[in-house]
Design a protein around this ligand. Structure first.
Ligand code: SF4
Length: 243
């Protein structure tokens, strides 16, 4: 739900949204099936400086694993609003084919340039992803292994640079297993003596779509690995058609 100025408000139930639309107290947002807009501005409290009871000192360094440009659009300003000094880290050896990896990395770099975000990149180690998921190629274990590979590399990079906290833009996606990301993030952080910063970034999902379109970022059509590409193609086959 948005206010008249486009500020994102807490989500409401679909039934409540339908009631507001029927009563003329909200309008649909073009191109966003699940979003409505209120005809007035909502005053919001000043940005929080506390997070889940912990004080975040302004300028606290944080390494942000970026899975793609669109998914970083909302988290970067949100983490800055919380007080973090954010540095971006690109490490996604899961993405196949290589041209797709290049395209997504370019979108992440375009966003970083726009937001003034320092962005470093790890190597494209596709063979490490293949080794990580070998023998467990079905969901959900495949994805847990994929998360671990990327978060482990992020933690190692944070430790190498002396950055005490890290997180990932994967937390914004309703298509990812947020509980597994948090569990694995905490485990990996503990092993490196770091802090995995968790927030339910999904509240920024609608804003992500708007910003990605506004910035003209490439929007991928599948999660990233060759398995998810095959699953996507399979879903698009008409029912009953021979494959
Ligand atoms: S579907 Fe996505 S999260 Fe799961 S293994 Fe593939 S790229 Fe990784």
């Amino acid at each position: 739900m948005l206010d008249a100025g486009g500020a994102e408000l807490a989500p409401c139930e679909a039934a409540r949204a339908r009631q507001l639309l029927a009563a003329g107290r909200a309008t649909p947002v073009e191109g966003e099936e699940m979003t409505i807009r209120l005809p007035y501005a909502v005053l919001r409290p000043a940005a929080r400086v506390r997070h889940e009871g912990a004080q975040i000192a302004p300028g606290t360094p944080l390494l942000l694993h970026i899975c793609c440009g669109p998914c970083a659009t909302y988290p970067v300003p949100r983490l800055r609003e919380l007080g973090f000094d954010v540095a971006g880290w690109w490490y996604n050896p899961n993405i196949q084919p290589a041209e797709e990896h290049t395209r997504r990395e370019e979108a992440a770099r375009a966003l970083a340039g726009r937001l003034g975000l320092p962005l470093a990149a790890g190597a494209y180690e596709m063979e490490r992803y293949e080794a990580a998921v070998r023998g467990d190629e079905a969901r959900p274990e495949r994805c847990r292994r994929c998360y671990r590979l990327r978060l482990e590399a992020t933690a190692a990079e944070a430790e190498r640079r002396g950055i005490g906290a890290f997180t990932t833009t994967l937390l914004i996606s309703p298509y990812q297993d947020q509980a597994a990301l948090r569990e694995i993030g905490d485990e990996v952080a503990a092993a490196h003596g770091l802090h995995f910063f968790f927030e339910n970034l999904r509240r920024g999902w609608a804003q992500r779509g708007r910003l990605a379109r506004e910035y003209g970022l490439y929007m991928q059509q599948y999660c990233g690995c060759r398995f998810s590409l095959a699953e996507r193609i399979e879903r698009r086959q008409p029912a009953g058609k021979e494959r």
